[in-house]
Design a protein around this ligand. Structure first.
Ligand SMILES: O=C(O)COP(=O)(O)O
Ligand SMILES: [Mg+2]
Length: 229
């Protein structure tokens, strides 16, 4: 295979985390005297990390007011308590993920997760979902000083895997993955089944759209060696 490393996004790419995220976000809203929101609305707020999810969730209020910093901090504490309690309960590994990761492993490709989700939620979720053993490294939203769409977490993962970014393939579901990968000089694939902050994945500047991680492994095996697109 022409790639030496594959960097996979988590939420919306490996695992459907929306039911648990929505339950925790709505439990936070209830404690803060706000009405619950639908999973579809909450899915649009996922992608730029937990602080942003809380900020966006609290900004959806009858007055349309932007929550103050101390309100967001309070919301984060409440959200964190609830998300720890439900993280993984209703999470579902997407079809094609396990077979795709097995195909990459068989091809000898090193793998890392690069997610904007904080470490405290990411590691237990990967263990609970039975995916942790596939990855040599896990780079989370609080691992580097900047998150995706900044290239820093992807470049950090390459350093950890001792891979040249030009030989790395990033796979994600959102604009954050696409922009980060492009800025890092990587090949990037998008999956259409995740959460792209409410936008159509076809608007993303990526090398291709694949229907699953299994299809991504097939796509990668077709790329000519040392001549990545
Ligand atoms: O935590 C988020 O906002 C999204 O996480 P992701 O980078 O795994 O999609
Ligand atoms: Mg994602």
């Amino acid at each position: 295979m022409s790639f030496s490393a594959v960097l996979l996004d988590l939420d919306g790419t490996l695992i459907d985390t929306i039911p648990d995220l929505a339950n925790a976000a709505n439990a936070m809203r209830l404690e803060m005297d706000l009405a619950p929101l639908s999973q579809d609305v909450i899915a649009r707020y996922v992608g730029k990390g937990t602080e942003n999810l809380v900020l966006r969730t609290l900004s959806n209020n009858p007055k349309g007011s932007v929550p103050a910093a101390d309100e967001v901090k309070h919301g984060l504490e409440i959200f964190g308590r609830h998300y720890h309690a439900v993280n993984g309960d209703e999470a579902v590994v997407y079809p094609g993920v396990v077979s795709g990761l097995e195909a990459f492993r068989t091809a000898g490709v090193k793998m890392a997760v690069v997610t904007n989700k904080p470490t405290e939620f990411t590691l237990p979720l990967l263990e609970r979902a039975g995916l942790a053993h596939f990855f040599e490294h896990v780079v989370c939203g609080d691992t580097c000083t900047r998150k995706k769409p900044d290239p820093m977490p992807l470049l950090h993962a390459c350093e950890l895997l001792q891979a040249d970014p030009q030989d790395a393939l990033a796979i994600g579901d959102s604009i954050n993955d696409a922009l980060a990968a492009r800025a890092a000089g990587m090949t990037v694939l998008a999956v259409p089944y995740g959460y792209n902050e409410g936008m159509d994945v076809r608007t993303l500047e990526v090398d291709d759209i694949v229907m699953s991680i299994s299809e991504a492994a097939q796509w990668a095996s077709r790329q000519p060696i040392n001549n990545n697109p």
